[in-house]
Design a protein around this ligand. Structure first.
Ligand code: TNX
Length: 773
């Protein structure tokens, strides 16, 4: 076998040859856009054209091949307009057209692998198992959709031998914080399968909602699935999955070789369950289903009744989900309630357990043993390592990667899903047009660079690394389009990190294969993010103010940026951006990145540069104040589904810094903001929320220069009547300032009421003509 490097070089060389050979042929595009990149691929002579007259052939009685064939036929019809029949007439020697067959002798390295050949006679897919055939079909579909057009397509000759790097290639979706319809779940599962991902970790219960019907305990969903959102119209927010819907979804996933790992979170994140059945809780009182994101205090108690309840729940969970692994959470369970409860303390003593962390271990092990008795395995978040990891447990490492290292060293199987890299609720660019989410920016490149196996592990320990997954937490992802924006194309980067051999992964090569994937997304109706290819524009005014130097950037390192300055859409013939250029105030710059083949890679971004727009700053131009963290970009109301408005907030400090802005000729400020729900479970950090003295009842926005302790140049009373979701504009003028300064804007609003948030700051110029230019 050739080394990976030489295979790569050979691939490139032959690719060039086949491109030249195919010149003038049907759809001669670049490198075959298979994502994730196969383990081995070599380009061969010849090519094959699939037309509307083609058929997909499978051997009679080869059920796995027939299933894969039908999946391919369906996908091709949807995305290429080719309706190919599936015929069960493939003899062992059959060649030509598309042939899919189970083949115990297929030379794949391991389970889920496949061999795919394209030559002048046709396309052949062989595999030892059903998953391998399915993945072969997914690769074939990608080869047959190299561009956005419909109808006949020519595939270059090649030999692909492919298998996954890890058995756990996952995606987690939080259906508790926001609820997704079954159809949305199915669409996500379908897309996962098309990325060769095979584990869907379904976060079904949390403080803000219990989403799984349990026949024995109907109140879990009658009460626990509904919450009363702040600032809403009085209608409860919620929803749940009936057992019939779950069975459907599980079958839909299984047909795509995806295992669904359900998560029932315990002993923390239990507030919705306790709201339904207060006797499961510690205090005996009934809380509301939570409306606060973060860490809430409600824990399950540790008595026999509650342990029995959870076992009964697991019975129904196991009945619905055939997965070997069942996830029992274990995260963020602050122990306050257990610490002050005489009953819990008595139980702890009678069990001979030394502290609450060890009590959590005992709790989790009760579940672990119960699952083991039923032939299942327990997995939990890395907090289950605290207080002694239960012997039967596997660990999902989220607080960085140390949990995975520790657990693997102790001989436990682990799955990597570290925050912030694999937390897709983080935004993916600094652009102001990104929707709500967490504000640690995790770009496509940073997800791509993720390495599942820590170099700190020995080869023996690394055998415990099952794989990795990305997590879609949905506190701020309220609608399908937001989930899709967060997931795509970072899911492509994840797929390559968990499927492709480590030494075959190259970001530039990956980026070159993405445009074809974007075409598939459009065909499939997936609202992907173009953030990695979007053009960001920064303008800098000359001293005299008569010229503006505009700099254009995009994350994609190799993308060609083209732009116009006359208001027209940039096309393949527009000026290529090479260095910052000068424009006169009042000019609109429109820019977009292009692939080598002349196709645009993103939506056109346009911006008019004049005195007014340049002195108007949105969240993307704001930073945290010293010692703070603008950690979140939140919508106007907790369940809002529109892209705007959004507000970057520091819930601890309510403070924003605008770095180095020229105050020459600036005579005042106008701030567009809103009152937001202060719906955060801050647990032990609650005491750290900064409270400032206010002079008026709703507090003020204070403007300081140079630092937050620097001179105050304006103070604007905030409007009273601070209902969450109400927007406002406040303004002030000030005595002339000179030079460039950091500007600090802080809020003195009372920390018990709504959260004051600023969305846009406009510096008002005293030179009227300048604003008009
Ligand atoms: C922490 S990750 C959590 C979740 C949140 C997430 C992101 C984990 C095991 N717990 O409850 O949704 O941060 O906001």
């Amino acid at each position: 076998m050739r080394s990976a490097k030489r295979m790569r070089a050979a691939r490139r060389g032959l690719l060039l040859a086949s491109l030249l050979a195919a010149a003038g042929g049907a759809h001669a595009t670049g490198e075959p856009s298979i994502i994730p990149l196969p383990a081995q691929i070599s380009m061969e002579q010849g090519s094959y054209t699939v037309t509307a007259a083609a058929a997909i052939h499978v051997p009679p009685g080869d059920r796995a091949a027939a299933d894969a064939a039908h999946y391919l036929a369906d996908l091709l019809a949807r995305t290429r307009g080719l309706s190919l029949p599936v015929l069960d007439d493939a003899s062992p020697s059959r060649r030509g057209n598309i042939v899919i067959r189970s083949d115990a002798a297929a030379s794949v390295k391991q389970a889920e692998g496949y061999v795919l050949d394209v030559d002048a006679h046709g396309i052949s897919i062989r595999a030892r198992d059903a998953a391998g055939l399915f993945y072969g079909v997914v690769s074939a579909w990608q080869l047959l959709t190299p561009d956005g057009s419909r109808g006949a397509v020519t595939v270059p000759g090649m030999h692909v031998v492919d298998w996954p790097r890890f058995p756990w290639r996952g995606l987690m979706l939080d259906s508790a914080r926001h609820f997704q319809q079954p159809a949305e779940i199915r669409q996500l599962l379908d897309a996962m399968a098309q990325h060769k991902l095979n584990v869907f970790h379904w976060h079904l219960t949390d403080d803000q909602g219990w989403r799984l019907e349990i026949r024995r305990y109907p109140a879990l969903t009658q009460i626990g699935a509904w919450r009363q959102p702040p600032g809403g119209d009085g209608k409860p927010y919620g929803g749940y999955y009936t057992q019939a819907e779950v069975k459907d979804i599980v079958a839909y996933a299984a047909a795509r070789h995806i295992t669904i790992v359900p998560e029932i979170d315990m002993p923390g994140h239990a507030q919705a369950a306790v709201a339904a059945y207060p006797d499961l809780g510690v205090t005996g009182t009934r809380p509301a289903v939570s409306i606060d994101w973060g860490v809430n205090p409600y824990l399950f108690n540790v008595d026999d009744h509650t342990i029995g309840f959870l076992r009964n729940v697991l019975d129904e969970v196991m009945e619905l989900f055939p997965s070997t692994f069942v996830h029992v959470g274990g995260d963020e369970a602050i122990k306050d309630q257990w610490q002050v409860s005489p009953a819990v303390q008595a139980r702890m003593r009678s069990l001979g357990i030394k502290d609450e962390k060890a009590l959590q271990s005992w709790f989790i092990e009760q579940m672990g043993q119960y699952l083991a008795k039923h032939g299942r395995r327990l997995i939990g978040w890395d907090e289950i390592l605290e207080g002694g990891v239960p012997p039967s447990a596997s660990v999902m490492s989220w607080r960085g990667t140390q949990g995975a290292i520790d657990a693997a060293r102790l001989g436990h199987d682990v799955v990597l899903s570290p925050a912030p890299t694999l937390y897709l609720d983080n935004l993916q660019s600094r652009s102001g047009d990104e929707p709500s989410g967490r504000l640690s920016i995790q770009t496509l490149a940073s997800v791509y660079a993720f390495e599942t196996v820590s170099p700190a592990l020995t080869a023996e320990q690394a055998r415990h690394v099952l794989g990795a997954q990305a997590n879609i937490w949905t506190e701020y992802l309220n609608a399908t389009w937001q989930i899709q924006h967060a997931a795509f194309p970072r899911m492509d980067a994840l797929a390559e990190a968990v499927w492709t051999p480590a030494n075959e992964r190259h970001f530039d090569d990956f980026m070159a294969r993405l445009p074809a994937q974007f075409n598939r997304y459009r065909q499939l109706g997936i609202d992907y993010a173009d953030s990695a290819f979007a053009v960001d524009m920064q303008g800098k005014r000359s001293r005299a103010g008569d010229r503006i130097a505009v700099a254009l950037t995009a994350q994609a390192p190799a993308a060609t940026i083209r732009y116009t300055t006359d208001g027209t859409e940039p096309g393949a013939g527009s000026t290529v951006y090479r260095a910052p250029f000068d424009i006169a105030p009042g000019t609109t710059v429109s820019a977009v990145t292009f692939a080598d083949n002349g196709e645009p890679l993103a939506r056109v971004r346009a911006r008019r540069f004049d005195g007014r727009t340049m002195s108007s700053i949105d969240g993307s131009g704001m930073q945290a104040c010293a010692g703070g963290d603008l950690g979140l970009r939140v919508p106007l109301l907790p369940d809002a589904t529109s892209p705007a408005p959004v507000y970057n907030v520091d819930v601890m400090r309510s403070c924003w810094k605008i770095p180095q802005i020229s105050l020459d000729g600036v005579s005042g400020i106008a701030v567009d903001g809103a009152w937001l729900a202060r719906n955060y479970g801050l647990a032990h950090d609650a005491a750290k929320v900064v409270s400032r003295a206010a002079r008026t009842s709703a507090g003020e926005l204070e403007v300081h220069v140079d630092s937050c302790d620097g001179p105050m140049i304006a103070s604007m009373p905030l409007p009273t009547g601070s209902a969450p979701g109400s927007t406002w504009r406040v303004a002030a003028t000030w005595a002339a300032q000179a030079g460039s300064h950091d500007v600090c804007i802080l809020s003195t609003a009372p920390i018990r009421g709504s959260l004051s948030a600023i969305g846009r700051v406009s510096f008002v110029s005293s030179v009227a003509s300048d604003a008009a230019r």
